[in-house]
Design a protein around this ligand. Sequence first.
Ligand code: GAL
Length: 543
Amino acid sequence: MISNKERVVRRLCISFMLAVVAACVHAAPADAAFVFKPGVKWGNALLSRQLGILTPPESPAPRINGPTVFGVRPGSPILYRLPVTGERPMKLAVEGLPEGATFDAATGLLGGAVSKPGDYALAFTAENARGKAKKNFTLKVGNTICLTPPLGWNSWNCWGQDVTDEKMRRAADAMVSSGLADHGWSYIVVDDCWRTRPTEKEAGMKRPGWIAERAYMYGPARTADDLPCTNPKFPDMKAMIAYIHAKGLKAGLYSVPATVACCWTWGSFGHEAKDAATWADWGVDLLKYDWCTADRDWWRAGNNRERQFKAYKLMGDLLAKQKRDIVYNVCNYGRYGVTEWARAAGGQYWRTNDDLKDTWPLLIRSINENMNVADAAGPGGWNDPDMLVVGPMRSNGFTTSRLTPNEQYAHMSLWAIMAAPLFIGCDLERLDHLAHSLLTNDEVLDIDQDALGKAGRPVVHTPDYDVWLRPLADGSWAVALFNRTWEEREIAADFKTLGLPASCAVRDVWAQKDLGVFAGRFATSIPGHAALLYRVRSAGILP
Ligand code: GAL
């Protein structure tokens, strides 16, 4: 029993807390209106100042975006859409094209095929009424592909098993119409659920309860010619992929080295050669190969590590033999020392952790697991902390991510400094201002796509904050200041601790603004759960 006095005190306390919450909402910055939407579950958002839009508006003058290097195997078709922002009409041109390569000045598509291995120095130019931009670019014809992390969109977080051909085409349309393709986003990947589904009897196991029934998906695994059967929502994969290609984008799909995939569809086990050849014939540019239930199929092939290596290498070798480049994603959730063997299995990127969802604890898990394996990343092979969970996510009724704006800044800043593959998982047709600004900051993307390909790591790592460092190709460094706590705090990058020159020029990468020259250290206030990015160069004064 509580006394009347206690009841009154409790009521007073609750009223006081509600008043504090209301005051915080009113104190939110003016540009916060776009973020506070119904359906958003940002419990802790009120505990710290939330960042608004930092990316400056796009300049009408031309800017040639994307990496400075692109790898293609000798004789494989080149598919590279030059990403350029700025007012149209725009005149595009290239110098230094090697024999066999083509450039379509109207669409900006680099195509053709080059049979002679080598590093070819190209120079792209883009000119409009507001100015002219130039970009030096190396086309590396050789056996290493995926020289910078792939950028694209994947259907899983957005549509799960309800993905359709139409939704894929709409994602490709939106990738172009939203302007994202002009910032270098290029892959459109269909994840699980483009195939038919076995019955429990055919699968020889029980379907997990979390997979909702979709009657239309049941069907045989393969046609009489041993082609993988698609479910009725994918009437013509080849035509869908041609549609994606016609936009200058690249197409990816999903399979498993198992009889049954995670979301209960048929997989490639026992038909690997036929599947690899079929995908090449369809025009596939990327394969996500997910372990799922493959232990059942591969149990004879040694211990966990051995059997995974064998299964992934089988497909990796087959993909490398095709007449087109197919980027290979080894998706085994970071298990059995994958960072040590995925490259040898033919992989161009590999998951370093279990699935990421748009919650802070899972974001932290992905970051912590990825930062320990930074050395495994490099041109041609990348650590994958999983797909991006920024923007209007399905998990939150397509309103926004369940991550707060600050957490979304941490996500993008750290994925860029980690040299992570970036796959958007939200609905591209519903991008809001914040999501668009997070995905189109060219200086952030330049860090992710840096040609040196060294992944960053936290030089200072404490339970409360980190200072990350990544060396870049032009001799500068990316620095991320990461506040792991809910409360705003000052974080300092101490140049000596980071091994940097005593005096450095610092640029705010999100705001794309030079901040000046700093002696010894650069310190700034980082709001709770945010990470911000800086580009630091020697100011010419040595220690
Ligand atoms: C999981 C994988 C997810 C998604 C899903 C599809 O194993 O980690 O990214 O591909 O399977 O069923």
